[in-house]
Design a protein around this ligand. Sequence first.
Ligand SMILES: *[C@@H]1O[C@H](CO)[C@@H](O)[C@H](O)[C@H]1NC(C)=O
Ligand SMILES: *[C@@H]1O[C@H](CO)[C@@H](O)[C@H](O)[C@H]1NC(C)=O
Ligand SMILES: *[C@@H]1O[C@H](CO)[C@@H](O)[C@H](O)[C@H]1NC(C)=O
Ligand SMILES: *[C@@H]1O[C@H](CO)[C@@H](O)[C@H](O)[C@H]1NC(C)=O
Ligand SMILES: *[C@@H]1O[C@H](CO)[C@@H](O)[C@H](O)[C@H]1NC(C)=O
Length: 315
Amino acid sequence: MDFLACICLLQVLLLGSSRVAAAAPSPARALDAMLQDYAYQAFGVRPHPRTGIVYNATVPANLTGVALSAVRLRSGSLRRKGFSRYFEFAVPTGVVVQPYVERVVLLYHNLGNWSDYYYPLPGYTYLSPVLGLLVYDAANLSAVGLQDLSFVASGSPISIYFSNVKTVLAGGSAPRCVWFDLDGVPQFRDLEASNVCSTYRRGHFSIVVNSSEIAPGPVPSGTITPPIPTPAGRSKGSYKGWKIAVGVVGGVIALVLLASLVVCLARYKRDKKLEVMERNAEAGETLRMAQVGRSQAPVALGTRTQPVIESEYVA
Ligand SMILES: *[C@@H]1O[C@H](CO)[C@@H](O)[C@H](O)[C@H]1NC(C)=O
Ligand SMILES: *[C@@H]1O[C@H](CO)[C@@H](O)[C@H](O)[C@H]1NC(C)=O
Ligand SMILES: *[C@@H]1O[C@H](CO)[C@@H](O)[C@H](O)[C@H]1NC(C)=O
Ligand SMILES: *[C@@H]1O[C@H](CO)[C@@H](O)[C@H](O)[C@H]1NC(C)=O
Ligand SMILES: *[C@@H]1O[C@H](CO)[C@@H](O)[C@H](O)[C@H]1NC(C)=O
């Protein structure tokens, strides 16, 4: 196998891995994309909806229970003034959008009874719906499939004042804040107050408690019901299983390709070395052997200091 073959193999490997990763956007990411589309539609046909006015979007019938709103802001004004009352979110001054765009759309998600479906968290029970705060570029309000932008609260954090938090029996483990970044990995934090969480970044947020702590006791009625196994839940499980299967198969394939790449590179290196050695041997024979008397002997090729006639200096 030559070097070109190695390069091809490497490309297959890289492409393959990116394909595996891109093949299955999580249901939560697919939901984000769909909600961005519906939120932008809420602005209507006007190319320039009023800045700073919150527009409520209508969601498709198969997502009844999800609340979605959008507000268009200049990112300079967002940074200087914040947006203090955006449903449960209080956005302080100092929020910087990355990468910089002139105008942004700040999206609010309230996943309501869909929280468990899109953000399943085994071992925990949601005490509040999952809320999302995301930012998109407002340059083209008919754009679909927009990539969301990142932002960071450079001063004080964004506070989230959850309403209608379910109460749990005293004595159990304390409720905690949970934050899902776009990769869907949960991170847990302590509450700022009984119903307040804070964040420096975008994502989805809720308050959870360890399920084992509340399982025996009756749960006071709230806006959220405890997770009940539903067909939706099962399909979620099968999706997970499928994802794992794809991951395992992809991993094995990647490993095999990687192994053959290593073998191939090692072989290439060895061949190259052999080639060089052969060339050196040939060169040695033709160049370094010279007739000395009757026998052949190797001759040093190094340039020595050439003898200089002294008169040259004198002259
Ligand atoms: C938008 O929805 C919220 C509740 O989700 C409601 O309080 C608010 O009045 C609505 N605003 C408009 C303009 O309809
Ligand atoms: C809802 O319907 C849309 C099409 O209208 C579809 O793309 C989406 O997957 C559906 N969502 C769910 C949760 O069934
Ligand atoms: C949430 O509630 C709506 C009705 O309010 C229902 O149509 C929908 O199926 C529910 N979603 C889930 C995941 O149970
Ligand atoms: C919940 O609490 C139980 C008992 O304190 C503990 O064994 C379990 O690991 C906890 N679960 C999680 C997900 O933290
Ligand atoms: C806005 O996005 C839509 C849909 O992607 C596209 O057709 C249109 O050309 C875009 N407009 C501008 C001004 O970029």
